[in-house]
Write a protein that binds this ligand. Structure first.
Ligand SMILES: NC(=O)C1=CN([C@@H]2O[C@H](COP(=O)(O)OP(=O)(O)OC[C@H]3O[C@@H](n4cnc5c(N)ncnc54)[C@H](O)[C@@H]3O)[C@@H](O)[C@H]2O)C=CC1
Ligand SMILES: O=C([O-])CC(=O)C(=O)O
Length: 309
């Protein structure tokens, strides 16, 4: 096809996404996915379309990522950061409200990921074909074959609830359902580095620990990390909880998952996962398809295990 004709086709496609003819669909329609902005009715078609666009742009396929609850305090900054992530080729944004504004805004960024927004009751299905689904709010009925990063609090309850939802849908895979506890790790790195006068980017927690004795310093750090959420809530004087540091942590974790899926060796981060029942947090190694199991939990002494239970 001639370049001019191709460009005309692309303009028509973009116009169809920006001004979907089926706008009345989300006014009083009972179907589950209320399609809104940049969105067509057929999820599969849309995925194919997004992929076509993205692979043309990038020359190589990347990962498809969805964010549920994307218009909220935590959801918006990860949408921005995932649009900047070179591993992401398709970014689907879901929320019950304000998805158009977030999608329009982020969609103008000149990075390669193709963005689509869905005004969706996310307690139902999310689009299929995703590699990674990040959930600050709501839950999807099923995310077949995707790694799910569940952020909604309380993670030690929402992850088991999500597991039941996925079991019902026949899509449960404990190795793909990860409760995001990364903010605690991020805080631990920061606070520990502050006390020791180190660069927080050095990931050497276990190496640093002996330097923290006597016990008082450990107690100080344990308290500060455990009360990190309260520190932010109080600073925000009742207007909300951590959103920016959480978004950073969510994206740090999501990026680790994508690197694991890409096949990078030695990718391991902490998460809340199912193992011999619930109430476990361990360091997960993420592989090409899913997390590959605990590294850290087995190494913890009983006192620490009791603290996590
Ligand atoms: N895992 C962690 O370390 C942390 C978790 N959190 C948790 O993250 C969650 C999200 O926090 P924020 O983004 O600040 O909340 P928020 O209230 O600002 O945003 C929630 C968003 O989700 C959307 N939403 C909620 N239910 C929906 C549904 N059923 N269908 C469609 N859209 C829906 C809302 O429209 C809203 O835009 C909270 O549960 C919070 O406690 C917060 C900080 C740290
Ligand atoms: O309670 C919240 O939503 C915030 C939170 O988990 C934290 O900052 O660690």
């Amino acid at each position: 096809m001639q370049p001019n004709a191709e460009a005309s086709q692309r303009i028509a496609r973009i116009s169809a996404h920006l001004h979907p003819s089926g706008l009345q669909i989300f006014n009083g329609c009972s179907i589950f996915l209320k399609i809104l902005f940049n969105v067509c009715q057929d999820g599969g078609k849309l995925d194919a379309e997004s992929s076509k666009l993205s692979s043309k742009r990038r020359g190589a396929p990347g990962f498809k990522v969805a964010i549920l609850g994307t218009a909220g305090g935590i959801g918006q900054p990860p949408a921005l950061l995932m649009k900047m992530n070179p591993l992401v080729s398709v970014l689907h944004l879901y929320d019950g409200e304000n998805t158009p504004s977030v999608t329009a805004d982020i969609g103008h960024m000149d990075t390669s990921a193709v963005v689509r927004g869905f005004l969706a009751a996310i307690a139902g299905e999310c689009s299929t074909g995703m590699d990674l689904v990040i959930i600050p709010a709501g839950i999807s009925k099923c995310c077949p074959n995707a790694i799910v990063n569940l952020i909604s609090n309380p993670v030690n309850s929402t992850v088991p609830i999500a597991a039941e939802v996925f079991k019902k849908a026949g899509t449960y895979d404990p190795k793909r359902l990860l409760g995001v506890t990364m903010l605690d790790v991020v805080r631990a790195n920061t606070f520990m580095a502050e006390v020791l006068g180190l660069d927080p980017r050095e990931d050497s927690g276990p190496v640093k620990l002996p330097a923290l004795s006597p016990l008082k310093k450990l107690e100080y750090l344990t308290n500060r990390i455990q009360n990190g959420g309260t520190e932010v809530v109080e600073a925000k004087a009742g207007t909300g909880s951590a959103t920016l540091s959480m978004a950073y942590a969510a994206v740090k974790f999501a990026d680790a998952c994508l690197r694991g899926l890409r096949g990078d060796a030695g990718v391991a981060e902490c998460a809340f996962v199912a193992s011999q029942g619930w109430a476990r947090q361990g360091k997960e190694r993420v592989g090409r398809k899913h997390s590959e199991g605990y590294l850290l939990y087995q190494e913890m002494n009983n006192k620490r295990k009791r603290m996590l239970a």
